[in-house]
Design a protein around this ligand. Structure first.
Ligand SMILES: [Zn+2]
Length: 102
């Protein structure tokens, strides 16, 4: 095989490799998208499942559990937190600042 032929063969192989890389990039992209969706789903389900108890506890202790202010100190009842809790079937005291138990 002449040097020119060898170089042509290598060139062909490289082109094939590039085509494969392009295909794999597409596969990787769709897997990453899928992974992202699954992670989001998983974290939502965690919040709805066992994590929910500790979230309502966190709210009771005076912290935000809503998306915008998550884990920040809560000075007064927060409508976003409450709507999340009620949506999830939380049976909290409607007025968290009530003076009972004192
Ligand atoms: Zn909040």
């Amino acid at each position: 095989m002449s040097l020119t032929e060898e170089l042509q063969e290598i060139e062909e192989q490289l082109q094939n490799t590039l085509v494969q890389i392009e295909k794999l990039k597409l596969v990787a992209e769709s897997l990453e998208d899928q992974n992202k969706i699954l992670r989001e789903k998983l974290s939502t389900e965690r919040i709805r499942g066992e994590g929910f108890e500790s979230l309502s506890q966190l709210y009771d202790e005076g912290y935000h559990i809503c998306h915008d202010y998550f884990a920040q100190r809560r000075e007064e009842p927060c409508l976003f937190c409450l709507s999340f809790l009620y949506e999830e079937g939380y049976n909290a005291d409607v007025n968290p600042s009530s003076e009972k138990d004192k």
